[in-house]
Design a protein around this ligand. Structure first.
Ligand SMILES: Nc1nc2c(ncn2[C@@H]2O[C@H](COP(=O)(O)OP(=O)(O)OP(=O)(O)O)[C@@H](O)[C@H]2O)c(=O)[nH]1
Ligand SMILES: [Mg+2]
Length: 305
């Protein structure tokens, strides 16, 4: 055989080998993608099948609070996107020095063809600032008790007045907050000022007094760790993410089991099943926490406080 033919034969062998490997990798990626889609669908079904154990309440009201720019509004947009099946941006997001969100905004998520019932409302709020009272600071307890209605404009100079058109005089159990979520940018956990931590401690005390369960949502995990930016499935293996989860649990005095990492949609044009899985898992944790709140009302008649 001519040397030249041999070369061709070798390269053919190589090519076949490489082709085989390539096909195997493609199959693996396909299987992975199918599994992620199934997991995403299972989470959507779990959420839409969830019902509060108190019949007078149809949806869990989840309150998002946290520093300016932490990703509260983006979290609502991301969850809305996960339910819609495409990236949507109903709430305004971005950076503006002070809080971009200045109103109290309870957001409903519309059912779609794949999800017939969405049993929660995400309540977006104004961002907290170091030392400065942004308005939410004075209205926090009033929100928890269900007195504040959609589109209330926070006022740092004074709390909501009972004669305000946004003041609900006699809220029922369905109007109260059933779970508080502290939203924090994971890269800023180490940079939280004493004043901000003090605010969280005060908020936690108020929520505890009303027996409202709390969760900590750590956002922007993609920015915090290159391994996670490369592949979101590394989120629970990342040493840095783990360290920050422990740090925030210590700083705020919450158990590690209520600290949930997520990545929001912030620049993507299409949804991604892996991002959805983290986001929807956060919602499942929130509903489980809210369930703890409703357990207090199980069997006996609804209590008004
Ligand atoms: N890389 C990355 N950026 C994010 C993520 N979530 C939010 N962002 C960005 O962070 C910035 C602030 O996000 P917002 O959702 O507006 O934050 P917010 O907490 O509502 O801010 P205020 O309403 O001003 O208090 C935006 O520019 C977002 O694009 C995330 O998970 N990863
Ligand atoms: Mg906002």
């Amino acid at each position: 055989m001519h040397v030249y033919d041999k070369d061709i034969q070798m390269s053919r062998k190589k090519r076949v080998g490489m082709g085989y490997l390539h096909a195997r990798q493609q199959n693996k990626a396909k299987t992975k993608s199918i599994i992620f889609r199934m997991m995403r669908q299972a989470l959507l079904s779990t959420i839409s099948g969830w019902k509060p154990s108190v019949s007078s309440v149809k949806e869990a009201r989840i309150l998002l609070v946290g520093p300016v720019g932490a990703g509260k509004s983006s979290f609502f947009n991301s969850i809305n996107s996960a339910f819609k099946g495409y990236v949507s941006s109903q709430a305004n997001t971005g950076t503006a020095g002070t809080s971009l969100t200045t109103q109290f905004r309870p957001y409903y998520i519309k059912p779609s063809s794949s999800v017939t019932h969405v049993p929660f409302i995400l309540c977006d709020t104004m961002g907290l600032e170091d030392g400065v009272n942004t308005g939410l600071d004075v209205d926090f307890a009033t929100i928890l008790k269900g007195h504040i209605q959609d589109k209330y404009q926070f006022n740092p100079l004074m709390p909501i007045q009972p004669d305000s058109p946004h003041f609900h005089k006699s809220p029922g159990l369905k109007d109260k907050i059933h779970c508080v979520v502290f939203v924090i940018d994971i890269s800023r956990v180490k940079l939280l000022s004493d004043k901000m931590i003090e605010k969280f401690v005060v908020f936690r005390k108020k929520a505890n007094q009303l027996s409202i369960p709390q969760l900590v949502l750590l956002t922007k995990v993609d920015e915090a760790c290159p391994l996670v930016a490369e592949d979101l499935k590394n989120v629970y293996q990342s040493h840095y993410i783990n360290k920050m989860m422990q740090e925030v649990s210590f700083q705020l005095g919450v158990s590690l089991s209520v600290v949930v990492p997520v990545k929001n949609y912030y620049q993507e044009l299409e949804i991604d099943p892996q991002t959805d899985i983290l986001l929807l898992n956060a919602v499942v944790q929130m509903l489980r926490a809210a369930e703890g709140y409703f357990d207090d009302f199980y069997n006996p008649e609804e209590r008004s406080e």
